[in-house]
Design a protein around this ligand. Structure first.
Ligand SMILES: Cc1ncc(COP(=O)(O)O)c(C=O)c1O
Length: 417
């Protein structure tokens, strides 16, 4: 099946039924030097719908994808809840505030949206292996998809990735290669591996289907908001692929005549991993020598989709916000305590970004904060936010003592403090 791509750097069009990654004119050829610095030559799939859509009626998000998805039932991605967070609405003064719980996808992150499409890509190209680099979630996601449909997944990860994400990938049967190096090193190595041994490479931003697959989140938001797009969306950003995918989804809705506008997109980055935010602020390309944040999924020095993400920010009147690790931890605790959402630090960054940026938003706006990954994968981060009570004898007096010691003078009584 022939698919049309456009290079987001030079504008060149490529129509092919073969697997393509980056624009050959802008990126080094296969076998050439692996790119370093701000990466070039991202390809964007041209939206060429095969069905017609009716304005005002919900649409099938999968109908927006470039390949027919046949394996959706075995890997049930998407249709994640959009929750009207009553307590947080009252607290922040935004009556149309929503959290999109994409942490409830099969492997626990939004990455499943891309893995679903790459899984189809592998089937179409009769490839039995998918290789990728990951900070943890994309790997666990592809491993989950691979287990569902019988693909071998070879996964390069930084050795410091959260253990639960590696355990998850191993349990799904992936071949996990932890490396003594960073995510950026794993990224380069996995491309070399694919060049040497074949198969599909699912590196985020490198394989154009990773941006394309993630756009279904925006189509779902459109359906969930009564066939309207939100006004403002907060997205946690590392490589810039999720935000580029979300923007592409909204742009496709506009192209299909279903929506009038692309929402204002706000890219939220951790201060210690802020290549895209700094580039946006300083209006020049900034690549980091080292990235470091408690939000491990956002930790990237040379974003694979940095140029594309910046371009979307410019086109949508969006902006970038930076949050500290302390703000991320505070946001993680608040989301748990006041909305019942247990998310990993990277997701919490989006909430921290909203808190920091909300003065720039009309309170009547429809605001969506995208929660991209579950907290169950990184219980170490959560443990730092709470204090675990020690077991006490099983009698009322001891329970009362524990409650008072742990939760203060009113601890014995019911009710929420
Ligand atoms: C849970 C989660 N949120 C956000 C991100 C950032 O996405 P991107 O790297 O596409 O900007 C990631 C990436 O790994 C992630 O796993």
């Amino acid at each position: 099946m022939v698919i049309r791509y456009v290079c987001t750097d030079c504008g060149r069009e490529i129509s092919t039924d073969e697997v393509v990654y980056r624009c050959p004119a802008c990126a080094p050829p296969a076998g050439g030097a692996v790119q370093t610095g701000f990466q070039r030559g991202n390809l964007s799939v041209v939206f060429e719908p095969t069905t017609s859509f009716e304005r005002g009626n919900p649409v099938d998000p999968l109908a927006f994808l470039p390949l027919p998805v046949r394996n959706a039932a075995g890997f049930p991605v998407g249709e994640t809840p959009l929750i009207p967070v009553g307590r947080l609405r009252a607290k922040t003064g935004f009556p149309r505030l929503f959290l999109k719980l994409d942490s409830l996808n099969p492997s626990g992150s939004l990455k499943d949206r891309a893995s679903l499409l790459v899984m189809e890509q592998a089937k179409v190209h009769a490839s039995d292996t998918v290789t990728l680099a990951s900070t943890g979630n994309a790997g666990a996601s592809m491993a989950c998809a691979g287990a569902a449909c019988g693909l071998t997944v070879v996964l390069f990860v930084p050795g410091a990735a959260p253990r639960a994400k590696l355990l998850q990938s191993l349990l799904y049967g992936a071949r996990v290669v932890p490396i003594q190096g960073t995510y950026d090193d794993a990224f380069s190595l996995s491309i070399e591996y694919t060049r040497a041994f074949g198969g599909i490479n699912r590196n985020t931003g490198f394989n154009p289907f990773t941006v394309e697959g993630k756009k279904t989140v925006s189509i779902e938001l459109y359906n969930q908001l009564g066939c309207r797009v939100p006004d403002v969306v907060y997205v946690p950003v590392g490589d810039g692929v999720i935000i580029s995918g979300a923007c592409k989804g909204f742009a496709d809705l506009v192209q299909a005549g279903l929506a009038e506008k692309i929402p204002v997109m706000v890219a939220v980055q951790a201060e210690g991993s802020n290549a895209i935010a700094r580039s946006w602020r300083e209006k020049r390309e900034v690549v980091l020598t080292r990235a470091s944040t408690i939000a491990d999924s956002l930790s990237v020095a040379s974003p694979a989709c940095g140029r594309m993400a910046l371009d979307w920010l410019a086109r949508t009147g969006g902006r970038a916000v930076e949050v500290s690790d302390e703000e991320i931890s505070g946001a993680q605790a608040e989301l748990g305590r006041e909305s019942g959402s247990f998310v990993e630090p990277s997701s919490a960054a989006a909430w921290a970004g909203f808190l920091k940026d909300r003065a720039n938003v009309e309170p009547s706006a429809t605001v969506v904060v995208l929660l991209t990954g579950t907290g169950f994968k990184d219980t170490g981060a959560a443990e730092k936010l709470v204090s675990m009570p020690q077991p006490c004898p099983a009698d009322l007096a001891s329970a009362g003592e524990l409650l008072e010691k742990q939760y203060g003078a009113g601890g014995r009584r019911g009710g929420r403090s």
